[in-house]
Design a protein around this ligand. Structure first.
Ligand SMILES: NC(=O)C1=CN([C@@H]2O[C@H](COP(=O)(O)OP(=O)(O)OC[C@H]3O[C@@H](n4cnc5c(N)ncnc54)[C@H](O)[C@@H]3O)[C@@H](O)[C@H]2O)[C@@H](O)CC1
Length: 314
């Protein structure tokens, strides 16, 4: 079953529907844990011990504040820049929790980020972002955008400054190396160009999925990172070089069936994984958004994963 991408309005409505039977604190805590789980998967305390988390004024910032606390407890050396503090009690509690766990809050975006941090968490804006970017976030986003060539950036739900539905229009937003979509990927994430795309927050019930006409992502409860969607720039380049292939949708399963080397055991394993589709975007979308081919796969499909990794490294 393919993953549904949702627009801004649907994301907001699903969020409201979840609030009917979850408290916002519970959702934030679970979303934050999903983010932590994904971050640990790619950036370990050995390779990326020093993290700068940038938290925005809304619930995307709340996810970031809570994730920061968990990351500190997981052994990372994390600092938070939280330029526009939300005055609601929930946010004040999140700040206090970080203070209690000795996570420092920075007054300014630090200088020398490249040499002082191994990873940046971008939690400025999520699905409620409405362009254009207002002060002081324009300067912050601009700085992080340029740093992202030297320090990996993880964005929570949306690359901040990007259009929720159209992606990184006019290159105004942050292009993260890792994107962690929550509940369901937003339409703009079809244009994601980074390396790792996780999906976390297994919140949808069957009735909500029906009500909002979306597919529930298939991954076990608690395993927030089970479904991974990977953008593969290299693949697109190769495809383009091989000359104007028409839009093609093929399942990983179908693709692998044609591979004579695939063993029955592997095939069974692939069938068990809910494979998703490889899709090429529409031409006009590509033009506006520097779209890259999206290769969606399950994490258990190790063989395919290794293949993709090799392509990145080429
Ligand atoms: N159902 C879900 O998927 C869940 C989503 N959560 C998180 O909540 C996020 C959505 O939270 P919110 O609805 O609070 O909104 P956001 O956190 O996306 O942002 C809203 C804030 O950003 C400001 N803002 C919007 N556009 C701006 C602009 N152009 N310039 C400057 N400031 C701007 C608004 O004034 C408001 O303060 C999601 O993206 C996700 O990270 C989780 O916390 C809980 C579960």
């Amino acid at each position: 079953m393919s993953i549904s991408y949702i627009n801004q309005q649907k994301a907001k409505l699903i969020d409201l529907a979840l609030f009917e039977f979850f408290s916002v604190e519970t959702l934030v805590e679970l979303a934050a844990l999903a983010c932590v789980s994904a971050i640990k998967k790619v950036y370990s305390t050995n390779t990326h011990p020093r993290i700068l988390a940038i938290a925005g004024p809304g619930n995307n910032g709340a996810d970031t504040l809570v994730a920061s606390r968990h990351l500190k407890q997981s052994g990372y050396n994390i600092e938070i820049f939280y330029p526009k503090r939300n005055k609601k009690e929930m946010f004040q509690n999140y700040v206090e929790q970080n203070v209690q766990y000795e996570v420092p809050f920075l007054e300014q975006l630090p200088q020398q980020i490249e040499s002082n941090y191994d990873l940046i968490i971008d939690g400025l804006f999520g699905f409620s972002f409405q362009p254009p970017i207002r002060k002081p976030f324009d300067t912050i986003i601009n700085k992080i955008k340029h740093l992202s060539e030297n320090v990996p950036v993880v964005s929570i739900d949306i690359g901040s400054g990007q259009d929720v539905e159209k992606g990184n229009l006019n290159n105004l937003g942050i292009e993260p190396e890792t994107l962690i979509s929550l509940t369901l990927p937003k339409e703009g994430s079809k244009f994601f160009t980074g390396k790792h795309h996780f999906l976390g927050g297994n919140f949808l019930t069957k009735s909500l999925a029906k009500r909002f006409d979306v597919n529930i992502p298939q991954f076990p409860h608690g395993e927030m990172k089970k479904t991974i969607i990977k953008a593969n720039k290299q693949k697109k380049t190769i495809k383009q070089q091989n000359n104007k292939q028409t839009t093609k949708t093929t399942t990983i399963k179908q693709k692998q069936k044609t591979n004579n080397n695939t063993t029955n055991k592997q095939r069974n394993k692939q069938n068990n994984n809910k494979q998703t589709t490889i899709q090429k975007p529409k031409k006009n979308e590509q033009k506006n958004n520097n779209q890259k081919t999206i290769n969606k796969e399950t994490i258990n499909n190790k063989k395919q994963k290794t293949k993709n990794k090799q392509q990145y490294n080429q």
